[in-house]
Design a protein around this ligand. Sequence first.
Ligand code: PLP
Length: 403
Amino acid sequence: MIKRSERLNNVSYDLCGPLYERAKELEVLGHKIIKLNIGNPAPFGFDAPTAVTEQIIRSLSQAQGYSDHKGLLSAREAIKRYYTAKDIKNIHTEDICLGNGVSELIMQAVQALLNDGDEVLVPSPDYPLWTAAVRFAGGKAVHYRCDEEADWYPDLNDIKSKINSRTRAIVIINPNNPTGAVYSQELLQELVKLAEEHNLVLFSDEIYDKILYDNTIYTSTATLSEEVLCVTFGGLSKNYLAAGFRAGWMLVSGAKHKAKAYLDGLNTMASLRVCSNVPAQFAIETALEGEQTILDLTLPTGRLGQQRAITYEKLTAIPGITCVKPMGAFYMFPKLDVKKFNIESDQHFALDLLIEQHVLLVPGTGFNFQQYDHFRVVYLPEPTELSNTLDRLTNFLKTYQQQ
Ligand code: PLP
C-alpha cells in the first residue's frame, strides 16, 4: 500500500473535489454540465486583450530558456510601476517575484514563513487555497469571521480575540472570493494596525483589484503602512481574463528591514522551481500597460455588470434565498433558508442540484465556512445561459426538500 504524505491530512480544494469528479462522470455519460465551480473566464467566451495574446505569440522564440528565478526584469519593472502608481512606497524589483499563477506564490509565501504549529488568520469564508496552503506548510489556519450582516466585512473583534503568540500572519482577500466584498480604507487601516501591534505579516490577495462595480473605490493594503510587512498578490488570471497562461506575481513591501530572513526564504522557494512559465511573463508588461478591457466589462452595460445584475435579481427573487450584492470579483455567496428546504448538508444540496439540474456549484463549506447554509455562484456565463441556469436553480428550489 502506498500511502500519501500525512502533510496532506486536512488539505483539500473543493473547487475540484468530489462534486467536480461526479460532474465529469455525468459528462462522460453524455450530459452537458454547467460548471460554475471555478472562476475561469475563457470557457464562457471571455478573451484576454488581443495585445496580450499577440505578445505571447511574438515572444515565443525568445522565451525558450529559463528566466531569472524571480522572473523577467522587464515584467517586474512593469509591476513596480503599477504598484508605485497605486502609491505603494519604496518598491524594488528584487522584492517582486513572478509565479505560475498566484496559486504557486501563495504556497511559496506560506511555506517560507511557517514552522509547525504556527498560526495564520484566514477569513471564513475563504478562497480555500489559503487554508490548504497553511495546513500543507504544517501551520494552523485559524478562521476569522466575515460578517454577512455587515456586507461580509471581517469581524475585527473576532480577529483580535484569535491573535496569540503563535500567530504569524493575517490573510486578506480583497476583493473577496467568494463573497464579492470590497473593503474600505478604514477597515484595512484597522487590520494594518493589528498587524503592526502584533508583528504579523499581511498577505493581501488582490487578484481581483480591477474587477469593481458601482464606482467602488479600491485601496491596496500595502499603501497604508510602511511599518508592516505586506505581501501583495496579483496576476493575469482575472483582471486580464487569462487564467490559463498561469501568470501571477507577489510583491513584498513595507517593513522589509525586519524580514531579511523571510525574504531570503522566499528567494530560496522561488529558485527551487527554477522560474515560472516564461512566455506568460512576457505578457505582463503588455497587460498592465495596455488597454484595460476589464474596466468596460464591469460597467452596468458591460458583460460582467449585466451578469451581476441578472444574478442578483434572480437569486434574490427565489423564496428562501438571500444574498449580499457583490462589489467586486465575479461571485455571489447566497444564503439558503435551511429550515424551509430541510437542509442538513450543503454538500448533499449541491450534489442533488448537480444530478437533477446538471448545474455544478460549490457549497459554502468548501470555502471553510462553518455553517452549511451557503453556496457560491460564479456569474461568468453569458446572460442567456446564466438566466437559464438560474431558472434551473429556481425550479429546483420550488419543491426541494433534502431527504
Ligand atoms: N486568489 C484568489 C482569491 C482566487 O480567487 C484565485 C483563483 O480563483 C487565485 C488566488 C489563484 O489564481 P491564479 O493561480 O490563477 O493566479
